[in-house]
Design a protein around this ligand. Structure first.
Ligand code: 4NP
Length: 145
């Protein structure tokens, strides 16, 4: 799960997807394309919306996406077009590029629909981001297991 800061959208997506998997043999992780928040916990608003839905993401720590992630993961879900462009630039070959998918394409195929960045908005933004990610992760979990 990849977003810009790895403190709002992608840690939520990580927690949500993990909670929907009944096996712990699938590794779920998240990262940011940016380096501003490395080592930080998720944004308090993300922790709070997760908690409201009985998920604890408070122990996650932000990290920056690395090229080796293309080797370590089969599927790389981005939140928006900017994340997509950033990862396409880091991709070394077509195999890497094929792993990069818009997460909302799971719900609305081929629409390249963006999960809006909730960082500068209010709590409503986090609620709607949670709901979008929850819908996408339900479908991803069903597909993976
Ligand atoms: P995220 O949200 O990409 O969903 O983690 C953001 C977090 C921080 C910033 C931007 C987006 N920022 O500019 O610091």
């Amino acid at each position: 799960m990849v977003c810009l800061g790895n403190i709002c959208r992608s840690p939520l997506a990580e927690g949500i997807l993990r909670s929907k998997l009944s096996t712990n043999t699938i590794v779920v992780d998240s990262a940011g394309t940016g380096n501003y928040h490395i080592g930080k916990k998720p944004d308090l608003r993300a922790i709070s919306i997760a908690r409201k839905h009985a998920l604890d993401i408070s122990n996650l720590k932000a990290r920056q996406f690395e090229v080796s992630d293309f080797d370590n993961f089969d599927h790389i879900y981005v939140m928006d077009e900017s994340n997509y462009r950033n990862l396409i630039q880091l991709a070394r070959n077509d195999q890497d590029k094929r792993k990069i998918k818009f997460i909302m394409d799971e719900v609305y195929p081929n629409q390249n629909y963006n999960v809006p960045d909730p960082y500068y908005g209010g709590n409503d933004g986090f609620e709607s981001v949670f709901n979008m990610l929850d819908e996408a992760c339900t479908l991803i979990a069903a597909k993976l297991q």
